[in-house]
Design a binder for this molecule. Structure first.
Ligand SMILES: [Zn+2]
Length: 258
């Protein structure tokens, strides 16, 4: 595990070790949609927002499959609605859930009705590739608009969805853990948090694994961005560099907004 000053990136093998360690502690794992079907605790819902480098998501999906674990991969599309269909098909074939990672509020500059219309259109495009039951908002930390602003107003039934985890999960009971900001519990995470319980202690995968105990934390939503978990050292430096760049940009945006 390489630690680069304040920010960190980790290897896919570290992620595998984290899952194996938590499995030994008694946790079961599953995709986000299983929350709406009912699960037996201790249980960890695995969420992956595929922001960039969908090939890294395929590798993570294969690693989970090797451990007999399934999870949810949320995919974005380009401005013309194109999804990385090859990666999506491979991940769905491994038994994982495919979800829609929407950013329609930013694309429609805060216009709610235009954003919902675009949401429906892009979701339809993703459904031509895979079944979709849940959706999650892309952070877009550098934009003045919040994609998450439409999540409370999503007509789930109309879109044949079962939930948007950040709205339709009970975070008074579930602990939200994310690697946004470069490490688990990062202080550089500006927007990616639940309305309830959030893990806030900056931690490596190893120390996170140590801290999570089924008796204290029976239900967890664990969000890991596949682009932060490459297979080798070059990807590690590149992921850490991206994090450092993002931290600097977030600081500039924050000071400009003040
Ligand atoms: Zn995202």
């Amino acid at each position: 595990m390489i630690v680069i000053k304040k920010t960190m990136a980790f290897l896919l093998s570290d992620y595998k070790k984290l899952l194996e360690f938590l499995k030994k502690k008694g946790y079961s794992f599953g995709p986000v949609k299983t929350y709406y079907e009912g699960v037996i605790p201790p249980f960890i819902f695995l969420r992956h927002d595929v922001d960039r480098f969908s090939s890294r998501a395929v590798k993570m999906a294969q690693a989970e499959h090797d451990l007999n674990v399934s999870s949810t991969y949320y995919f974005r599309c380009g401005r013309k609605g194109a999804f990385p269909s090859g990666s999506i098909k491979k991940i769905a074939a491994l038994g994982h859930e495919i979800g829609f990672h929407y950013e329609t509020m930013v694309r429609e500059k805060g216009d709610l009705s235009a954003s919902l219309k675009l949401f429906g259109h892009e979701l339809e495009g993703l459904r031509k590739i895979a079944d979709v039951k849940t959706v999650s908002a892309h952070g877009s930390p550098l934009s003045r608009y919040y994609n998450a602003d439409i999540r409370k107003r999503l007509p789930l039934k109309r879109f044949s969805l079962v939930g948007e985890p950040m709205v339709d999960m009970d975070f008074s009971k579930i602990l939200y853990v994310t690697d946004t900001g470069g490490t688990f519990g990062s202080q550089h995470n500006l927007r990616d948090r639940s309305v309830g319980r959030n893990f806030k202690i900056p931690s490596s995968p190893f120390s996170l694994g140590e801290m999570l105990v089924p008796e204290k934390e029976p239900m967890i939503l664990l969000s890991c961005h596949p682009e932060r978990w490459p297979c080798g050292g070059v990807g590690l430096l590149q992921a850490a560099g991206m994090d450092m760049g993002a931290i600097v940009l977030k600081k500039i945006v924050r000071s400009l907004r003040r």
